[in-house]
Structures are given as structure tokens and as C-alpha cells.
Design a protein around this ligand. Structure first.
Ligand code: SAH
Ligand code: SF4
Ligand code: F3S
Length: 436
């Protein structure tokens, strides 16, 4: 028997890349690969990349530069680039870094095994098509049955038809595609058999899911009936696709966790229009109001871009005002980054120092809210899905229903249990709890 070859995958970007990396590792299992945690002993290195901001894409080229000497030492080592940079840059990657043997776009992962065979034989391989066939249909099975982390990602939708003026996703991931509900349910049952208790349904625009006749809420209601699946989350949503039944599901389906990531990007209608977001600050706030009416304790999170072309002080103040009104439990804010090929790339940039100052101002407000919400959890009883053991004896770590990281002291539960706990302290990035 030949020794298995070793595959090292480094994942950048969003949760969808995390999910895709798992599926690629499983597909490469069929080619005789096992995963390794170190690039040094790998026979193949795959970078699963992100193109969302300039820095993210540049990171990939610097990492490739660092990997090149490894290949000089070990000529049999194969280096591949997957993900959104692969899709956006294609053959340019091999021109810029000749150490790269293989470039595969996100919709072609089912072709990876054949591409690997081609590079093993000494060639190079490039595939950035948007093929007709469903990649997941061809990436069969979830690998050998084994225990896995109790919280898992499950991609149900890919691509985006919204074309926000700043965003590369519609170009790197293609048009919106939904996986059929039957396939998703099958995968969820399989995950439960491996010890999974919580799934996060993923999609670039997950609430536009239409693989179930009842849309995303129909899928959630069916998943809630799967025995052993205790918790459901979904991300990322667009405010315009929060339909009545999805909002109602937040009040009606106990398995649907009280946490929602609902990006708004800006609080200024003028900027929202220039971003092609097709909603206003007011319509966004109305959606939030309806969600809170359905599930009063829900914790919200959002994404913001500051320094979008032409953003004035008044526009920025409108964003601050929206944040004050919503009070997010978490929020991710970014400085606008010009992406080649997007409509906003042609427009006049805001002064970089102004954009930096705005980012700091917004982030300190968000951090203050985040801390206040965490502190308001002290004394409350929550349930925590235990994901791993902590550093200290008797300590276990997991997430509350609100997605807070919780350290449980003197915990008597096991990994995979859902523990009832009382929060006793709020620290910077986590909560401490006592097992009840
Ligand atoms: N599909 C999701 C997330 C897309 S990317 C959605 O629609 O919300 C994640 C976040 O990156 C976006 O919400 C946005 O805040 C940020 N982002 C996207 N393009 C960007 C750019 N060009 N510059 C800065 N931030 C960007
Ligand atoms: Fe990008 Fe907008 Fe689509 Fe989100 S909705 S992926 S920000 S184009
Ligand atoms: Fe990045 Fe692609 Fe995700 S650009 S954020 S990895 S969809």
C-alpha cells in the first residue's frame, strides 16, 4: 500500500470558503489524500482565497511568494489556488507566480480530482467556468463517517444577483443558485449522524433561497423536524429578502436561534442608492422592527462600509444614527476598497484619512454597544452548545443561542451537549458562566 499523500488547505474569506474547503478535502480523499495542518510536509497546497477587498487578494500573492521556496526544495509539491481570487484572476495567477500548478474557480470544485491528476502528470490545470451541472451534486458524500464538531456549516445557496456597486461576489460566485431542499435535508441528516447538533445555512444571499417551495423559511421548518438537529442559523441575508414567513419563523421555530446577521452597509439613502442596495435606511429599520416584534430578544449583527465614493460627513452621520437606533450585538465595518470591474471603481474616492477616522468612530460606537449587550447578559440563563474543552480543568467552551462565546466553569457536560448555564461575568470577547 502506498502512503497517503498530504493535502494542506489554507482558507481565507467567508464561511462559504470554510465549507468549500471541507468539501474539497473530502473530494481529494478519493485521490488518496489526507489533510495535514502544516504546509511543510504537504504534497499539495491549496489556497482557498477571497477577493472581497484589495488587501485580501494581495495576501494571496504574498502567501504564494512565501510558498515558492518550499517548492524549490520539493519539486513534487503541487500548489493550487481556489476560491474567489482564482475566479477573478484566472491564468493571471500563474503568470504572476509560476510556482502555481492549478487554478480552480468556486463553481468547478467537482473537477478538482481530475485537475489534480493532470498536474501530477506534470501539466498545469485551469478551470474558471460556471458549468451547468451542480458542483455539490458531483461532490458526493461527506467523506468517512467520523465524529465532527457539533456546529457545522451547510451551504444551501450560492451566488448573487444583487450587484451592489462595490462588490465582486456576483462576478466571482456567479448567478444565484439554490440546492434542492431534499439534498440539503439529506446532508443535514448525515451531519447529525456524525454528531452535529447545530447547522448554519450558508449563502451569499441565503434568504433568496428558492430550493424549497416555501423558500428559506420552508427549508428551516423542515430542518427543524430532523431528529437530533437542535439549532439552526443562517447567513448572510439581504434586507429585501426578509419575507413575512421568514420573519414569522423567528417567533415560531424554537430551533431557529435568536441571532441574525443583516447587513445594511450605510445609513444614508443617498449612499445606499449609489451602492445599488435597492433599500432605504427607513425600510431596513422597518424590517428590524418586524423581526424584533416576532422575536424580541433577537441579537442583530450587520456589515458597514465607510468611505464609499462621495460619502459626506452627513452621510456618515446617518450611518452613525442608524447604528444608534439598531444597537447591534456584533457588527463588521470596513473601509471601502476599490474592486476592479465593479461600477463603483470609476468613482471619486473619499480622502483616506477621512475614511480612516470614520472607520474608527464607527467601530468605537459598535464596540461600546457590543460591550453593553454582553454586560446585559450577566445574571441571565442561557443555553450553550458545548464545542470543546477549555484550557483550565473542568472548563468547557461553546456558543450561546445568541452566538456569544461562553466559558463554562466546573462544567459536567460533554462536547455536543446543550448546557443550561447562568452568565456570571462579561469579558472582552467572551462570557463566563456557571453550569446549572
Ligand atoms: N452577501 C453578503 C456579504 C458580502 S461580502 C451581503 O450581501 O451582505 C461581506 C461584506 O464585505 C459586505 O457586507 C460588505 O460590508 C463588505 N464589502 C464587500 N465589498 C466591499 C468593498 N469593495 N470594500 C469594502 N467592503 C466590502
Ligand atoms: Fe455583494 Fe451585495 Fe450580493 Fe451581498 S448582496 S454579495 S454585498 S452584491
Ligand atoms: Fe471572499 Fe468570495 Fe467569500 S470574495 S467573502 S471568499 S464569496
Amino acid at each position: 500500500m502506498t502512503a497517503p499523500k498530504k493535502l494542506f488547505i489554507k482558507t481565507y474569506g467567508c464561511q462559504m470558503n470554510v465549507y468549500d474547503s471541507e468539501r474539497m478535502a473530502e473530494a481529494m480523499g478519493g485521490q488518496g489524500y489526507v489533510e495535514t495542518q502544516s504546509a511543510d510536509d504537504a504534497d499539495m497546497i491549496l489556497l482557498n482565497t477571497c477577493h472581497i477587498r484589495e488587501k485580501a487578494a494581495e495576501k494571496v500573492y504574498s502567501e504564494l511568494g512565501r510558498l515558492k521556496p518550499l517548492k524549490d526544495l520539493k519539486p513534487d509539491l503541487k500548489i493550487g489556488v481556489a476560491g474567489c481570487v482564482a475566479q477573478a484572476e484566472g491564468a493571471e495567477i500563474m503568470r504572476r507566480q509560476p510556482a502555481v500548478d492549478l487554478v480552480v474557480g468556486p463553481q468547478s470544485y467537482h473537477r478538482l480530482p481530475a485537475m489534480e491528476a493532470k498536474v501530477r502528470a506534470g501539466g498545469t490545470a485551469l478551470d474558471t467556468d460556471f458549468p451547468e451541472e451542480d458542483k455539490f451534486e458531483h461532490l458526493k458524500g461527506r467523506g468517512p463517517k467520523g465524529k465532527r464538531n457539533p456546529a457545522a456549516f451547510l451551504t444551501v445557496q450560492e451566488g448573487c444577483d444583487k450587484f451592489c456597486a462595490f462588490c465582486v461576489v456576483p462576478y466571482t460566485r456567479g448567478a444565484e443558485v439554490s440546492r434542492p431542499a431534499a439534498r440539503v435535508l439529506e446532508e443535514a441528516r448525515d451531519l447529525v449522524e456524525r454528531g452535529v447538533r447545530e447547522v448554519t445555512l450558508l449563502g451569499q444571499n441565503v434568504n433568496a433561497y428558492h430550493g424549497h417551495e416555501g423558500g428559506l423559511s420552508g427549508l428551516i421548518r423542515d430542518l427543524a423536524k430532523v431528529d437530533g438537529l437542535e439549532r439552526i442559523r443562517y447567513t448572510t441575508s439581504h434586507p429585501n429578502d426578509m419575507d413575512d414567513d421568514l420573519i414569522a419563523a423567528h417567533g415560531e421555530v424554537p430551533e431557529l436561534m435568536p441571532y441574525l446577521h443583516l447587513p445594511v452597509q450605510s445609513g444614508s439613502d443617498h449612499i445606499l442608492k449609489r451602492m445599488n442596495r435597492s433599500h432605504t435606511a427607513e425600510s431596513y429599520l422597518r424590517v428590524i422592527e418586524r423581526i424584533r416584534a416576532a422575536r424580541p430578544d433577537i441579537i442583530l449583527s450587520g456589515d458597514f462600509i465607510v468611505g464609499f465614493p462621495e460619502e459626506t460627513d452627513a452621510d456618515f452621520e446617518a450611518t452613525m444614527e442608524l447604528v444608534r437606533q439598531v444597537k447591534y450585538g456584533y457588527a463588521y465595518s470596513f473601509k471601502y476598497s476599490t474592486r476592479p470591474g465593479t461600477p463603483a471603481a470609476e468613482r471619486t474616492l473619499v480622502d483616506v484619512d477621512v475614511a480612516d477616522a470614520r472607520l474608527q468612530t464607527l467601530q468605537s460606537l459598535i464596540t461600546r454597544h457590543q460591550r453593553e449587550i454582553q454586560e446585559s447578559m450577566v445574571g441571565r440563563d442561557v443555553s450553550v452548545l458545548i464545542e470543546r474543552a477549555g484550557r483550565e480543568a473542568g472548563q468547557m467552551l461553546g456558543k450561546s443561542e445568541y452566538l456569544h462565546s461562553v466559558h463554562i466553569e466546573n462544567c459536567t457536560g460533554q462536547i455536543g451537549d446543550i448546557a443550561k448555564v447562568r452568565i456570571v461575568e462579561a469579558k472582552t470577547n467572551s462570557l463566563t458562566a456557571r453550569h446549572l
